[in-house]
Structure formats: structure tokens, C-alpha cells
Design a protein around this ligand. Structure first.
Ligand SMILES: C[S@@+](CC[C@H](N)C(=O)[O-])C[C@H]1O[C@@H](n2cnc3c(N)ncnc32)[C@H](O)[C@@H]1O
Length: 275
């Protein structure tokens, strides 16, 4: 990825390659990167405010924005919405299960959660338990995986939707690509990824405190390309406070989108000659 970036102390990097070389250039540094990333969250309270960095009040707006996006995709990709077969989702970097509980469990018959911080995952397990109105016979949380994304391989063909929100910034570019390539095999035919993330206005920003990177839209698109993923729909999250990063939702498929080529469209729109 070309384009310069900076860290939260104001140090600049010529490009992402230079930054990654400095941060995770050998095995010891890479281990430290992931240890400190998870270590940061291990020190955070298991609450909505905790997982949203003190911005718990944006949760309702976030869920609403996600719901509108998800509904439009379900209508398009899964018109029978689980009536023909159960719908299954995976919530990656689920934290305390905020997205699983407030959104995914209402639309999917089974939701699996993946989260490397055990006290978050335990809070999720509790809040999604049937006795806490977190599940019913038809909509339940099934598996709770306490593992980081860079070490996870899903069961083949299990998921209709793999939801990745506010956690992929913890993965290096190399692990980002390798995760999505493995996770593709976890999708059912026609299944999709939904990625919802903060967006840097250009290049990237390295957060030295929680060991994560905020990427720009072109940076993401370059990585999607390297993963063999195609964004078929995207939306900006609306209504967040000004001081926060813009947030974008991408729906990604493994199939090359079918588009009418420009030449064909021009032919269609051009008046025909009556012979
Ligand atoms: C900002 S919180 C978001 C939680 C949840 N997605 C939500 O929207 O409520 C970031 C989450 O990423 C998790 N995380 C950190 N490193 C990770 C990794 N390597 N793999 C998967 N998740 C990770 C953290 O433990 C934390 O739960």
C-alpha cells in the first residue's frame, strides 16, 4: 500500500511497509504486537462503554446503521431470509457480544462469537443465555471461540455472514489477508463478509496504545483485492460525533460482481437506427 501514515505520537512513516517493518519486522516484535493488543483489552471493563472506548452512547446509532445495511443485503442475497434453511453468522472480535445480542441474533438462527479476551467472551455468553432473554429455540448463540482472528480457521461452509467490526485494525496486513483467505472457506455458497471499521482520511494511523491501525478506504480496497474479495455494497455510518473517525460498512463477496460493461451500457442507451 502506497501512501504515508503516522502514529499517535505524531511520528511519520513513508509508507505502510516501513511502518510494518518497524512494528512487526521479526517474530519477537510480531508476538509483542499481538500480546500488547490483547493485553490492552484485557485491562478494559466488560461493558458497552468499555468496548466502545468510552463512547457507549453511540451503540444504539451504530446498531441502527448496521441493521439498515444488513437488511438491504439480506433482502438481496438471502430473499427467503432463513425460511428455506437456518441462517448462521459469525461475530468476529465480538467483545461482550454487543453486536451479536442487539443485532445478529434477531436475524440469524445461530450466531457464533470469536473473541480473544476471555472476560469479554464470558460476559457475552452470559448476556446471550436463554435465561437472560438472549436466545430462543430458533435464534441462539452456539459457539464461543476464545481465540484471536490471526489463529482462527472456521469450519468449512458454516456461515452465511461473517461480521467483522472494530477489530481488524489489530491484524497486520499479512494476517488480514491470510485470515480472509482462510475465512472464505467458512462461507456457504453466496455467503458474505460484512466489515465495519473506522476509516483514516488518508494512508493510515497507528495507535501505539492498543496496537491497532486505522486504514483509509483505498488501503482497505487494496487489501480486499489481495484477498480476492469484491465490495458489492458499502455505506457510511451516519450520526456519530464529529471527533470520531468516519465509519464505513463494506459487504464483500468472493464472486466477481456481474456488471454491465461500459460499452454494453452505451450501446443500450444509444438511439438505434431504424432500418
Ligand atoms: C473496539 S472493541 C469492539 C468489540 C465489538 N466488535 C463491538 O463492536 O462491540 C475491539 C475488540 O477487538 C478484540 N480484539 C483485539 N485483538 C484481536 C484479535 N487479534 N483478533 C480478534 N479480536 C481482537 C478486542 O478484544 C475487543 O473485543
Amino acid at each position: 500500500m502506497e501512501g504515508s501514515g503516522a502514529d499517535t505520537d505524531g511520528n511519520e512513516f513513508k509508507n505502510a511497509k516501513e511502518m510494518w517493518m518497524e512494528q512487526v519486522g521479526d517474530t519477537t516484535k510480531r508476538t509483542q504486537w499481538y500480546r500488547e493488543g490483547v493485553g490492552y483489552w484485557q485491562g478494559v471493563e466488560a461493558s458497552v462503554n468499555g468496548v466502545l472506548g468510552g463512547y457507549g452512547h453511540v451503540s444504539d446509532g451504530d446498531i441502527l446503521g448496521s441493521e439498515v445495511f444488513l437488511k438491504s443485503i439480506l433482502a438481496e442475497r438471502f430473499p427467503l431470509a432463513g425460511k428455506d434453511r437456518p441462517l448462521v453468522a459469525l461475530d468476529c472480535g465480538s467483545g461482550i457480544g454487543r453486536v451479536a445480542k442487539n443485532l445478529l441474533i434477531r436475524y440469524f438462527n445461530e450466531v457464533d462469537l470469536l473473541e480473544p479476551v476471555s472476560h469479554f467472551l464470558e460476559a457475552a455468553r452470559e448476556s446471550l443465555a436463554p435465561e437472560n432473554n438472549g436466545a430462543s429455540d430458533l435464534h441462539k448463540a452456539t459457539n464461543f471461540f476464545c481465540v484471536p482472528l490471526q489463529e482462527f480457521t472456521p469450519d468449512a461452509g458454516r456461515y452465511d455472514v461473517i461480521w467483522v467490526q472494530w477489530c481488524i485494525g489489530h491484524l497486520t496486513d499479512e494476517d488480514f489477508i491470510s485470515f480472509f483467505k482462510r475465512a472464505k472457506l467458512g462461507l456457504k455458497a453466496g455467503g458474505i463478509f460484512i466489515l465495519k471499521e473506522n476509516i483514516a482520511r488518508s494512508g493510515f494511523i497507528l495507535d501505539k496504545e492498543d496496537r491497532s491501525i486505522t486504514r483509509s478506504d483505498p488501503y482497505y480496497k487494496d487489501l480486499f483485492n489481495q484477498c480476492g474479495l469484491y465490495p458489492f455494497k458499502s455505506r457510511d455510518q451516519k450520526g456519530f460525533p464529529e471527533e470520531l473517525f468516519p465509519v464505513k460498512m463494506y459487504a464483500l463477496t468472493t464472486e466477481v460482481p456481474r456488471r454491465i460493461s461500459r460499452t454494453r451500457r452505451e450501446q443500450i442507451n444509444r438511439p438505434g437506427v431504424i432500418k
